[in-house]
Design a protein around this ligand. Structure first.
Ligand code: PLP
Length: 381
């Protein structure tokens, strides 16, 4: 028999698996399932990006690219970050197959066995798994009692962060809550990071998807450039989830360490995909604007419908998720919603927020309206 590593056995399979297999089973039985569980935009990749990818293949960009990324893309990413007020140069960037790989490499580069990592709950599911795979210990700060906002939770964060803390992971706009953290909250993070010499991962993958609020990039704050790893990617902003393209940007000392893991594992992101990424950064303002506008309209409609049914929700300021307060047993609620209403959502406990279900409104407006109607009919709302 095979003997599996302690490392891999520390990690649980995804808690959302049960729901998604039940959803596919219902669909296979011919049921009309409204899927509000997915973490991806429901739009096609903009045509000019697809064409750039096709052209790159025809032009023969099908061999190994430089490990850290093709120079044109690293340069374009640096220019984008500079336009956001960040001081990164192309040499500060590693292009990865998805932001997920950038996060994985960063955690592996920073976290040793027994190192303490602080997470803000509810948190995206993979942070915990990445930290456990690296051998780190988690300390969790719960934002649920604070309407998922960080600013009112700074005192709690202050108690969680100590000189023993190696790393703090911040994700704004947040998956799963859609919260966008205020400047005061980020300054609070900065003060703690400086005081206790903590490195901070700022996962900004939903950065372009905000609704009338300004988002400050953490590494633009004084004293943060040298202790921040900025993570971003193409999946959400450009509807490119399956292309697998993302990046980390960090001081060169981190880049040169992470580059070792990068080159010994994935080697690089796909060559022609990176060329399409240049086009995404160069010429997609209109398409991105239209997608964000559609998300905005859906958010407004969803929140209005929920309020109409006396559901107490806070309007999320970014991403395309909303945390719906449900029964104490959120796993059961999600199963009921799926079985009785054929509406798929994700239990909040998967993100460290029991008592909630995560709704993704990256779905057609009419389907969102119908989902609420079905849940009301089944007396689940
Ligand atoms: N970070 C967060 C918060 C996410 O929600 C996701 C995707 O769901 C990712 C990172 C990874 O995105 P990708 O690997 O597709 O770039």
């Amino acid at each position: 028999t095979m003997e599996f590593s302690d490392r891999i056995q520390r990690v649980e399979p995804s808690a959302t698996l049960a729901i998604s297999s039940l959803a596919s089973q219902l669909e296979a039985e011919g049921e009309d399932v409204i899927d509000l569980s997915v973490g991806e935009p429901d739009f096609p990749t903009p045509g000019n990006i697809v064409e750039a990818g096709e052209q790159a293949m025809e032009d023969g960009h099908t061999g190994y690219p430089p490990s850290k990324g093709v120079p044109e893309l690293r340069e374009a990413i640096a220019e984008k970050l500079q336009a956001d007020g960040l001081a990164y140069e192309a040499d500060n960037v590693i292009v990865t197959p998805g932001a997920k790989q950038a996060l994985y490499e960063t955690v592996q580069t920073l976290v040793d066995d027994g190192d303490e990592v602080v997470l803000l709950d509810p948190a995206w599911v993979s942070y915990e798994a990445m930290v456990k795979l690296a051998g780190g210990d988690l300390t969790r700060v719960d934002l649920a009692p604070h309407d998922f906002q960080l600013e009112p939770a700074l005192a709690d964060l202050g108690e969680a962060v100590s000189d023993a803390t190696e790393l703090l992971i911040v994700n704004s706009p947040s998956n799963p809550t859609g919260a966008v953290y205020s400047d005061a909250a980020l300054e609070g993070v900065r003060d703690l990071a400086v005081e206790h010499d903590v490195t901070v991962i700022s996962d900004e993958i939903y950065e372009q998807i905000t609704y009338g609020v300004e988002l400050t990039s953490l590494a633009t704050l004084d004293d943060m450039y040298e202790r921040t790893v900025t993570i971003n990617g193409f999946s959400k902003a450009y509807s490119m989830t399956g292309w697998r393209l993302g990046y980390l940007a960090a001081p060169e000392e981190l880049v040169s360490q992470a580059a070792k893991l990068h080159s010994h594992s994935v080697s690089s992101a796909t060559n022609f995909v990176q060329r399409a990424g240049v086009e995404a950064l160069r010429d997609t303002e209109t398409e991105v604007g239209e997608m964000v506008e559609a998300f905005h309209e859906r958010r407004d409609r969803l929140v209005a419908l929920l309020k109409q049914h006396d559901v107490d929700v806070r309007t999320p300021d970014g991403a395309f998720y909303l945390m719906l307060p449900v029964a104490d047993d959120d796993q059961q609620w999600c199963e009921d919603a799926l079985e009785q209403s054929h509406v798929a959502t994700v239990p909040g406990s998967a993100f460290g927020a029991p008592g909630y279900a995560r709704i993704s409104y990256a779905a057609d407006l009419g389907r969102i309206e119908e989902a609420v109607e079905r849940l009301v009919d089944a007396e689940l709302l």
